[in-house]
Design a protein around this ligand. Structure first.
Ligand code: NAP
Length: 277
């Protein structure tokens, strides 16, 4: 599996397995399937209510813990420094893990500097190996890093062929923060799996539209964490390292960008408005 080197020197698989909306009742089975076909980076969150099942699959797999890169995300509005620390330890207790490879602030929570200070200290104390953010846009991202000693290793944001986030990718590049795509398959929307451009590009390589959509992101060093509850799709989504898109093919896919997220909001509308959260 190809890796990306994060700004703290850690290596992270550029492709992982996400478990948003995977029913807790089937999460352990799905994660065991994902591990059996080769996934080692796993993306869960407190909000998904399936952290414990992800971790139990890791244990049952028999694969050593240190071969995994496990991410979770804090979800608590306006926690104090002490509450944020306790919150992360809650994830570790639920998962019966000594440490997480990566903890993210799931979205701007209101007093992100306090959370970030807690995260920085949890790294020093050995509970977290890396820390980052999710759904942070220029205003909230820059407010956070202004007072931070540690720059987020990555920002997990909605990114896919229909919403390519080029300004955010450029901004994160300036800070040395990697971009991780959530919804790399556009959550299955906009007819992505039968899209004529993606299908045609794929046909030239013997690949599916889904594989082209993932390859397009990986080729820009964007980390992807596609979700599927189907083993054959898990295999298909991993099988994206034996072909490359040409410059013309990249340009054809680049032209699919709508500048709007899946809810129809333009990028600027996503700036943090505390009243909305
Ligand atoms: N930070 C955040 O706010 C945030 C928000 C959303 C997601 N995420 C993370 O990002 C991960 C991925 O995003 P996502 O789950 O929203 O959407 P996604 O991975 O873009 O798309 C998942 C959808 O595509 C289908 N699918 C997957 N592979 C396929 C294939 N090869 N062919 C046809 N259909 C396929 C899945 O159906 P089946 O399962 O039925 O195969 C599912 O309906 C999440 O699981 C989560 O870890 C984070």
């Amino acid at each position: 599996m190809e890796t990306i080197t994060l700004n703290n020197g850690m290596k992270m698989p550029i492709l992982g397995y996400g478990v948003y909306l995977v029913d807790p009742a089937v999460t352990e089975r799905c994660v065991l399937d994902a591990i059996s076909v080769g996934y080692r980076s796993l993306d869960t969150a407190q909000y998904y209510e399936n952290e414990a099942m992800v971790a139990s699959a890791v244990r049952k797999s028999g694969v050593p813990r240190d071969e995994f890169f496990i991410t979770s995300k804090l979800c608590q509005t306006h926690p104090s420094y002490a509450q944020a620390k306790e919150n992360v330890k809650g994830s570790l207790r639920r998962m019966k893990l000594d440490y997480l490879d990566l903890m993210l602030i799931h979205w701007p929570m209101g007093n992100d500097s306090d959370i970030w200070q807690a995260f920085e200290d949890l790294v020093k104390e050995g509970y977290l190996r890396a820390i980052g953010v999710s759904n942070f846009y220029p205003e909230t991202y820059e407010a956070l890093v202004k007072n931070a000693s540690v720059i987020p290793v990555l920002n997990q944001i909605e990114t896919h062929v229909f919403y390519q986030q080029r300004p955010m990718v450029a901004l994160m590049g300036k800070y040395g923060t990697a971009v991780e795509s959530w919804g790399p398959l556009a959550e299955g929307m906009n007819g992505i799996f039968t899209h004529p451009v993606l299908t045609e590009v794929g046909a030239a390589h013997g690949k599916t539209a889904a594989q082209v959509a993932l390859r397009f992101l990986i080729q820009q060093n964007i980390i992807v964490i596609p979700k599927s509850v189907h083993k054959e799709r898990m295999i298909q989504n991993m099988d994206v390292f034996d072909f490359s898109l040409s410059d013309d093919e990249m340009a054809a896919v680049r032209a699919l960008d709508t500048g709007h997220n899946l809810d129809g909001w333009p990028a600027d509308a996503l700036k943090y408005d505390p009243a909305q959260w």
